[in-house]
Design a protein around this ligand. Structure first.
Ligand code: SAM
Length: 288
């Protein structure tokens, strides 16, 4: 019996005591697909396929990394977000499915602005992998999309994704939040900033041990960067420009209050899949 077929690989790992709890059948299937560079239907119809020596080595390495607790996206080096596949590595946050909720909202509000002005500039602030800005750029080729990131190692992955998307409506900027930007240039700013408190007890080990600190944590109980973005966006947004922010599970009231204090209007919260007020949308009045 050949022990290196798809079926036998799956069975062997599912049975292994040491892997039982932290490696799921789904993880194994993804690793197999990546090793043999095939899609899901191949897995269903060819479970007797015998892996080549190289494919088996690749697969064994993926399983070893998973057994160390590394998140699947880092093991495989990619993650799907919205309709697209993004390269990821340890320098960028793994795109989260909840962040996808923002995309159709931004497209909808942006379409209204574009209809009036016949042009639109959007800044994805703290772009990381680029999942927000590049997904929007792909959907709306006539919008100008600026992907801004502070850290060069993260920006390398951002550029890799950009190059893979074959777009000509995007610009990559290295900037500490909005420092590199002129006033009154953006119709929309969107940011999923670091917003976890350094003291938080709710961060899973796979996140704590593998994802970049710069993408996760912020001072002032996780609020420092959100506050900065709200203040700096007032200048960079046009009058009536829109700010879309992702925030922590317990930060919505503070976000709303800070926006009010800074004369933003039409403040709306958007829920995530767990009915938590996860996103805040507001309009810049240029008052105050
Ligand atoms: C929570 S991650 C979001 C990444 C991506 N936008 C997403 O939604 O998956 C926050 C991003 O902000 C970047 N960042 C942190 N501090 C920054 C700063 N001062 N200026 C610009 N970007 C910053 C991090 O490097 C990281 O890529």
């Amino acid at each position: 019996m050949n022990l290196k077929t798809i079926k036998n690989n799956i069975e062997k790992i599912l049975k292994k005591e040491c892997y039982k709890n932290n490696i799921t059948r789904r993880d194994i299937e993804f690793c197999l697909l990546e090793s043999i560079q095939k899609n899901k239907s191949f897995l269903l119809t060819h479970d007797d396929y015998a892996l080549t020596h190289n494919e088996q080595n690749k697969f064994d390495y993926f399983i070893y990394k998973l057994s160390q607790g590394m998140p699947l996206a880092y093991v495989l080096g990619n993650q799907y977000f919205y309709k697209y596949k993004y390269f990821v590595d340890k320098n960028v946050l793994i795109p989260r499915s909840e962040t996808e909720i923002l995309i159709p909202k931004i497209l909808d509000y942006g379409d209204r602005i574009y209809k009036k002005k016949k042009k639109l500039t959007l800044i994805d602030l703290g772009a990381g992998s680029g999942c927000i800005g590049l997904s929007i750029a792909k959907e709306r080729k006539s919008w100008k999309i600026i992907l801004s990131e502070k850290y060069t190692e993260a920006a390398k992955i951002l550029r890799k994704n950009y190059n893979n998307f074959n777009l000509n409506n995007c610009y990559i900027v290295l900037s500490n939040w909005l420092k590199a930007f002129d006033d009154n240039i953006a119709d929309i700013i969107v940011s999923n900033p670091p917003y976890i408190s350094h003291k938080s007890a709710f961060v899973e080990n796979s996140v704590k041990n593998f994802e970049p600190m710069n993408a996760l944590y912020s001072k002032d109980m996780g609020f420092h960067d959100i506050q900065k973005i709200i203040l700096e966006s007032k200048k960079v947004l046009n009058k009536d420009g829109l700010l879309f922010l992702e925030n922590g599970y317990n930060q919505s009231n503070r976000v709303i209050n800070t926006l009010r204090e800074n004369s933003y209007e039409d403040i709306n919260t958007i829920l995530d899949y767990n009915n938590i007020c996860r996103f805040t949308l507001s309009r810049n009045t240029k008052n105050g």
